[in-house]
Structures are given as structure tokens and as C-alpha cells.
Design a protein around this ligand. Structure first.
Ligand code: DGI
Ligand code: FE
Ligand code: FE
Length: 189
């Protein structure tokens, strides 16, 4: 499939705002990829497809995961917002025919991050945080940080997510915690 075909499918699948977000993430991901030496073509595909399943009801996503024998962890079951990263990677492979595991993993870990993230995974994680449509308090600072140090931005993003979730008494995914601990331990050395 070509980039134009990806875009047309995204516009069919998602609301105009979410489709625009996907295009913005792809654009930011290409920028970051060029700056930090990741593959811009992979960054564009992962950016475009990362939220493809975001608006699909949790029940349908759980059915899809079951159908493909993918085990859903306790934290994912009680925080259904986490499912779209898993089903997004699945649909990238099954529907869009993406075979590149680097792209599939960048989609798979875009919401939580994980310990030992690849450069492309960091690019997508941060592009999603600072894309042009994001307006949360502190986004300008994170954007500036992202253009200075990708790792510092990832650490800040993880810290922001954990603080925000904990202050709302929400469960925190184990991958998010492991990613955060990796940075926190490195900073403590
Ligand atoms: O899909 P987007 O909105 O573009 O961004 P995203 O994939 O980073 O999803 C962000 C949402 O997911 C946000 O509402 C917080 C939620 N989230 C992210 N990590 C966790 C989480 N929710 C829970 N409960 N636990 C997590 O670890
Ligand atoms: Fe997402
Ligand atoms: Fe997103």
C-alpha cells in the first residue's frame, strides 16, 4: 500500500480530528527521525497507523486480540485505552500488510513505551506527545526538549504520564513503569 492509500483508509476509519492527529504525528515523527537518525519512511508509516484502532470499541478490540491468540494482561483489561496500541500493531500487519517489525513495535509501544526502546519507538512515542494538535500545559516546553534531547523528552513524557495517571488513581501499565525505571536508574548513577 502507498502512503496515499494509508491516508485514505485512515480518513475512512477515524474521526476528522483523530485522522488529522495521525497525519500530524507522522509529520512530527519524520522530523524527529531526520534529526536523530531514525528511518523517516518507517517513522511516517508508524506515525500514520499508530492510532488506527483508537476509536474501535474495546469489546471489538478484545475479540480481535482473542482471535489472534494475543494474551491481554490484567492492566490492559482494566485500562481499555491501552488496547489500541496492541490492536493497532495487529491491524498494521493484518490489514495494511506491514511486515517490518520495527514499525510494528513502534505502534505496539506508542502508548506505554517500554524498557529498552529503540530509536524509532522513542521517535513515535514523542511525536505522539508533541504533535501539532497537542495543547496540554507544558507541551511547548516538551516540544523544545524533544528538539534538544530525545531521551530527555521520553523521560519527561513517562514522568508526566505516571504522575497524571497516579493523581487520578488510574492503573499504570508495567511497561510504562519499566521504561520510567530504566531512565530513573540511569539518572541516579
Ligand atoms: O492515542 P492518543 O490519545 O494519541 O495517545 P496515547 O496512545 O498515548 O494514549 C493516551 C491515553 O492512554 C491517555 O488517556 C492515558 C492513557 N494511558 C497511557 N498509559 C496508560 C494509560 N492509561 C492507563 N490506565 N495506564 C497506563 O499505563
Ligand atoms: Fe494512541
Ligand atoms: Fe496518538
Amino acid at each position: 500500500m502507498t502512503i496515499e492509500q494509508y491516508k485514505a483508509e485512515i480518513q475512512q476509519q477515524l474521526s476528522p480530528a483523530r485522522a488529522q492527529h495521525s497525519f500530524n504525528v507522522a509529520e512530527e515523527a519524520v522530523r524527529l527521525a531526520k534529526q536523530y537518525g531514525a528511518d523517516p519512511q518507517r517513522a511516517e508509516v508508524a506515525g500514520l497507523l499508530h492510532d488506527y484502532m483508537k476509536e474501535t470499541p474495546a469489546k471489538q478490540q478484545l475479540q480481535l486480540l482473542a482471535q489472534f491468540g494475543i494474551i491481554v494482561q490484567e492492566t490492559e483489561r482494566c485500562a481499555p485505552k491501552l488496547l489500541h496500541a496492541m490492536t493497532g500493531a495487529l491491524m498494521a500487519r493484518e490489514h495494511f500488510g506491514v511486515t517490518d517489525s520495527a514499525v510494528l513495535d513502534a505502534i505496539r509501544y506508542h502508548t506505554t513505551g517500554r524498557a529498552g526502546m529503540t530509536l524509532l519507538e522513542k521517535v513515535i512515542y514523542i511525536a505522539d506527545f508533541v504533535s501539532a494538535d497537542r495543547t496540554f500545559p507544558g507541551v511547548e516546553e516538551l516540544r523544545a526538549c524533544a528538539h534538544r534531547s530525545l531521551d530527555e523528552a521520553v523521560f519527561r513524557g513517562l514522568t508526566f504520564t505516571i504522575s497524571d495517571l497516579a493523581s487520578g488513581s488510574h492503573p499504570i501499565h508495567e511497561d510504562t513503569l519499566r521504561a520510567y525505571n530504566e531512565y530513573a536508574c540511569a539518572a541516579a548513577k
